[in-house]
Design a protein around this ligand. Sequence first.
Ligand SMILES: Nc1ncnc2c1ncn2[C@@H]1O[C@H](COP(=O)(O)OP(=O)(O)OP(=O)(O)O)[C@@H](O)[C@H]1O
Ligand SMILES: Cc1ncc(CO)c(N)n1
Length: 279
Amino acid sequence: MTSIALTIAGSDSGGGAGIQADLKTFQELGTFGTSALTAVTAQNTLGVHAVQPIDTSIVIAQLEAILDDFTIGAAKTGMLFSAEIIEAISDTLSRYPTFPFVIDPVMIAKGGASLLQQAAIVALKERLIPMAALLTPNIPEAEVLAEMPITSLSHMEIAAKRLLEMGAGAVLLKGGHREDTPFAEDLFVSADGERFIMKSKRIQTKDTHGTGCTFAAAITAELAKGAPMTEAVITAKHFIHAAIEDGLSIGNGHGPTNHAAYRLRGNRARKDVELIEKR
Ligand SMILES: Nc1ncnc2c1ncn2[C@@H]1O[C@H](COP(=O)(O)OP(=O)(O)OP(=O)(O)O)[C@@H](O)[C@H]1O
Ligand SMILES: Cc1ncc(CO)c(N)n1
């Protein structure tokens, strides 16, 4: 049976992040991708030049068209832009059967452009995070949501616990932005007491446009196929590591990751990604 994944996110005209990264990743991991667009960005590897949110009624019409027709295996959110869009998504999803739901709390693009209005942060916390099977903040996003600075692994532990208390089933706090370690170390904690770290060497590259979207989409694709949460995040870490390692040096700024890399290497685990003891 074909597994169907859904992304609710913004369009990146440059093709490396947003809806485009999500759909490419869904395809690479053998799922059928569907999408509800929340915003259109005029964007390339150098930055975001313009943002146009989609009318909330059209966001919801897209969601209803998808949910009325397909059995969704798992869904993710990316750029959501406004409190109004977030509240409408929350209301709509609560009228349908549930599925594993991954929230990537996208706030700011690499060049600094805002992809989420300040006023939307409360709606994200109160209306969406409690619906999430998994929340995947990067460090700056976790700092905003948990309201604390994060400069070490022990800070990550405290912040992840605070985020769990907001009602997510699990939190994967991504360490891509850490400056105190030569590793890309992500911390996973779940409401049922699971905890582990996924660690890989930090690849020296400027081509990291869309890493977060791609990672969350890979987790969502695995969940859509029925993988348990821990297996889904581990496979996704191998996927994103390969995608960064074989990053595409296209455009004049931060190039995109290579969504095909993991498949081209035979969908195999990467030996330079390690899982650190559960505790
Ligand atoms: N240079 C790197 N080398 C290896 N892994 C990396 C590197 N940068 C990020 N990662 C990994 O990529 C995944 C995405 O993390 P990151 O923290 O970059 O997300 P993000 O900031 O949300 O991405 P985006 O810039 O798209 O918003 C994580 O598993 C992280 O550890
Ligand atoms: C549309 C969109 N979503 C998410 C990100 C974050 O990488 C981006 N740069 N653009």
